[in-house]
Design a binder for this molecule. Structure first.
Ligand code: AR6
Length: 368
């Protein structure tokens, strides 16, 4: 249905074709490695970028509550589109839409914003009263463009704006894995709030109850809204090292994968290491089972649960590398989302061990 409506009103939309790429670069410089955060978006000027214009229009639509044809008419008059030509055009669209069985709500929204959210009238994401299953089904049936109308944040970060890992030559002298250029294209280091990432799935460092908490768990629940807790309650908890998936609700991420890291305050032994690796592996398996091709991880267990970050980074990178070696066709991107400057530094130093650059000529010669 959404597709039909999209086709019907596609000519009403702002053009979304690719414009010149512009990049706002924040280059991170690590030992022998250069990591670029390129905020590539369509259209050079942020204020006039067609994508931004479209996103703003989508966000404005959230506030647009009129639901009758009369209201559309009034709205079009306010906007100065009451010329005979505009009226005929508008009536024609309504007639055509009605003939195809398009709901008035969908028409209102498509006419007002150029986007179509056929199911939007049924979604109330701010209330814990509704049925989470219906809400989830509705949300998952929407296109990304239409889902954007329901994000709790206006400052979301699309996947295209998160640059891929680009190690430079020279970082490969001490490596634990082989160079694999294709895998570099699937890895990102992102510094910031995971709740802003528009990816298929973000991973939550949850606790066994899955009912929310502090840290990244609290941030995810706040941004997703009350429906997330309702769905989580239906999952009956989660064991350490395991992973369970829910809808992202008001998050820009389509899904949240909840995993429970080991509590390492008493020190890290084999059991904790194994459990942390399981968190990463089971989260990736859960993602691919649900066709989620882009996944963002926080630094699991390194906050309240006390796992030393300088040890956790190795478990995280080794597990992801291993998984990608085997299942690279199932994932487009794995993002390591760091929140603290010290974690960013750790990842910058450690990533080249697992995702190395090509050996330099000097390195090759020295090994001969
Ligand atoms: N985006 C990305 N990373 C974040 C964010 C954010 N918005 N906020 C914090 N972090 P923690 P844990 C980082 O304590 O150690 C909760 O209460 C943070 O800097 O959230 O696995 C749960 O309910 C750190 O690097 O998770 C559990 O009871 C990382 O996220 C318990 O904490 C993990 O820190 C889980 O503890």
């Amino acid at each position: 249905m959404a597709l039909q409506i999209s086709a019907l009103f596609s000519y009403l939309r702002a053009p979304l074709g690719p414009g010149p790429l512009s990049r706002v670069c924040a280059d991170f410089q690590g030992p022998g490695v250069r990591f670029k955060h390129m905020f590539s978006h369509l259209g050079g000027n942020q204020a006039t970028s067609p994508v931004r214009g479209h996103i703003k229009a989508a966000l404005r639509a959230e506030k647009f509550s009129t639901t009758t044809a009369t209201a559309i008419w009034k709205s079009s008059q306010v906007k100065g589109s009451s010329s005979p030509r505009g009226t005929r055009g508008w009536l024609g669209k309504v007639a055509l839409g009605a003939a195809l069985g398009v709901s008035t709500v969908a028409l209102v929204q498509s006419l007002h914003t150029g986007t179509v959210t056929a199911m939007a009238g049924k979604v109330n994401l701010n209330s814990a009263e509704g049925d989470w299953k219906k809400t989830k089904d509705n949300l998952l049936s929407l296109s990304v463009k239409d889902r954007r109308q329901h994000y709790s944040t206006a400052n979301f970060v699309p996947l295209e704006a998160v640059s891929v890992w680009t190690p430079t030559a020279g970082s490969s002298e001490q490596t634990l894995c082989q160079r694999n250029e294709k895998l570099d294209q699937k890895i990102s280091l992102y510094s910031g709030d995971i709740t802003k990432l528009e990816v298929d799935a973000i991973v939550n460092a949850a606790n066994k109850t899955l009912l929310g908490g502090g840290g990244v768990d609290g941030a995810i629940h706040r941004a997703a809204g009350p429906m997330l807790k309702k769905e989580c309650a239906s999952l009956h908890g989660c064991e350490t090292g395991e992973a369970k998936i829910t809808c992202g609700y008001r998050l820009p991420a389509k899904y949240v994968i909840h995993t429970v890291g080991p509590i390492a305050q008493g020190g890290v032994g084999e059991e904790e290491k194994k459990a942390l690796r399981s968190c990463y592996k089971n989260s990736l398996t859960t993602a691919t089972k649900n066709a989620a091709r882009s996944v963002a991880f926080p630094c699991i267990s390194t906050g309240v649960y006390g796992y030393p970050p300088e040890q956790a980074v190795h478990e995280a990178l080794a597990t992801v590398r291993e998984y990608l070696d085997e299942h690279h066709d199932k994932l487009d991107r794995v993002i390591f989302c760091v929140f603290l400057p010290t974690d960013k530094e750790l990842y910058l130093q450690t990533l080249p061990l697992y995702f190395p650059a090509a050996p330099t000529e000097a390195t090759v010669k020295s090994k001969l």
